[in-house]
Design a protein around this ligand. Structure first.
Ligand SMILES: [Zn+2]
Ligand SMILES: [Zn+2]
Ligand SMILES: [Zn+2]
Ligand SMILES: [Zn+2]
Ligand SMILES: [Zn+2]
Length: 268
């Protein structure tokens, strides 16, 4: 929404009005067709439409641009009344300087800055109010260092207040150390669980290794028994071979003898 035309001093050029709300442009943007609108007005329009509301030419968000510099300058130099005119502010300022003026305008409404005070008042009345505000505070003049409500300054008892403050701090500290104890216990518990898991995992690995060693020992025993048996077999074979050789030798001698005898008989 733009600025109400009635707030302006003198006539406003038609070209500086929003095509949608017909007020003076606020945060202006313009379309490729050079029609200009307040940012909030055109954004609201383009939610449901994809055309310029003035001449119905196609238009989407991405095509919106800042207005021409000369229009910007013309806008900035328009003079208008402060929005607190009804409250009594008679200031008329340039559109460019409006925000700065209104941020400090004595007729603008503000809340009392004292915590817990609900008073709403005009800015120019603040100083007087702060003098009497029931919720104003000050540092204790008797030197305890606490901040006290002005209205309670007389009944304020430094020692009693400090004791209360100390009790508060003490219970806060106890609470905090309980929290820490609890957290430590949780952490220890989780570490313990972790270690138990680790130990049982290691026990499983040990059992597995033992099983493998038993297996290997069994294999070694089997192999050495086989080796022993092979040695005995070899020995036996060697003996048999020797016996056979002797039998062969004896047979050969017998044969030679027989041959000799045959020759002799033939000769006779
Ligand atoms: Zn508008
Ligand atoms: Zn247009
Ligand atoms: Zn003002
Ligand atoms: Zn107040
Ligand atoms: Zn005190």
């Amino acid at each position: 929404m733009g600025y109400d035309v009635d707030r302006f001093v003198g006539a406003v050029n038609e070209g500086l009005l929003c095509c949608i709300c017909r007020d003076v442009l606020e945060d202006p943007l313009q379309a490729p067709c050079e029609h200009a609108y307040c940012a909030s007005c055109i954004h609201g329009w383009l939610v449901h439409e994809e055309i310029c509301p003035e001449d119905r030419q196609p238009l989407i968000q991405d095509q919106l641009r800042p207005i021409f510099r000369y229009m910007r300058n013309d806008l900035n130099q328009l003079t208008l009344h402060c929005s607190n005119r009804a409250a009594g502010c008679l200031e008329a300022v340039s559109l460019e300087g409006l925000a700065r003026h209104e941020a400090g305008c004595g007729y603008g409404r503000i809340n009392c800055p004292n915590a817990s005070c609900r008073m709403e008042l005009e800015r120019r009345q603040l100083d007087a109010h702060l003098q009497v505000c029931e919720h104003r505070t000050r540092v204790c003049p008797r030197g305890c260092g606490l901040t006290v409500l002005n209205s309670e300054a007389d009944s304020h008892n430094c020692v009693a207040e400090l004791r209360t403050e100390m009790e508060l701090l003490r219970s806060e500290m106890i609470g905090r150390s309980e929290d820490q104890k609890h957290e430590m216990k949780l952490r220890l518990d989780s570490q313990r669980t972790h270690m138990v898991d680790k130990v049982s995992e290691m026990q499983q690995q040990i059992d597995e290794l033992k099983r493998q060693v038993d297996h290997l020992q069994h294999d070694v025993r089997l192999l050495s028994a086989l080796e022993r048996k092979r040695g005995q077999d070899m020995e036996r074979l060697e003996l048999e071979k020797k016996e056979l050789l002797e039998v062969l030798k004896a047979l050969k001698e017998e044969h030679e003898l027989a041959k000799a005898n045959t020759c002799r008989i033939t000769a006779l």
